[in-house]
Design a protein around this ligand. Sequence first.
Ligand code: ADP
Length: 255
Amino acid sequence: EHAIELRHGIVDLILRHTEQLRRINRELAESNLELDTFAYAASHDLKEPLRGIHTSIEFLQEEDGPLLSSSGQGRLATVLRLTRRMDELIETLLQYSRVGRIDLRLEAVDLNELVVQTLELFEPLRKERATARMLGRLPVVECDRVRVGEIFTNLISNALKYNDREEKRVDIGCDASADPPVFFVRDNGIGIAVRQYARIFQIFRRLHPRDAYGGGTGAGLTITKKAIERHGGQIWLESVPGRGSTFFFTLAPPR
Ligand code: ADP
């Protein structure tokens, strides 16, 4: 009898905590949405005055540029470069907020076809400075085609970008025996130290100076992670510095 009472007590405790967890989850989702709405409103409102500044500077450069001293011209060019950068950051923030605010459009998507189409867009692959292999066929999955296209684009783009080798290689595949299926994008690039794993998913965080490996705002993986989590999935990685990285992800909640 004592044991039964104890068991009831424990069940009760778990239920209460589950309820609490659910509430915290709900509140987090709500505050995330608030953050997304804020990011959207702020970046949206910043865009217009920035465009005005941009146009004015371009105008100034064209009309009055030749009259300026060379250091004046240099300064004007710097201001123009910085406004372009700001424009890029604002655009990224808009993209980021969009993933959180806008409902997913779920449909059955042939990921094999999607990834083949995605690969056709990459310059280094077209110019044969890099090779991408699909290891087996990818399955058809219920997901948002646009978002998942962006997920693969971001991961493949990073796999080619953070890579110093003569022969860059990207392998894309899926463990379909896992439930839900686990997708992966593997590269033979520069790799990432374990202590940096969490950092790379933070917005505007980069491990390398901006110019070392070409542009980028440091938001790609943040947006990628968010899109994956909206599907109920998870993203994680394994990497050996100097050898390469593999990014894994799912597109459905764990079973
Ligand atoms: P971005 O590429 O715009 O800087 P990301 O959010 O996509 O932003 O990536 C954040 C940082 O994580 C990158 O700046 C880079 O330092 C590191 N990183 C991402 N993908 C890889 C990769 N495949 N191999 C090595 N480093 C990577």
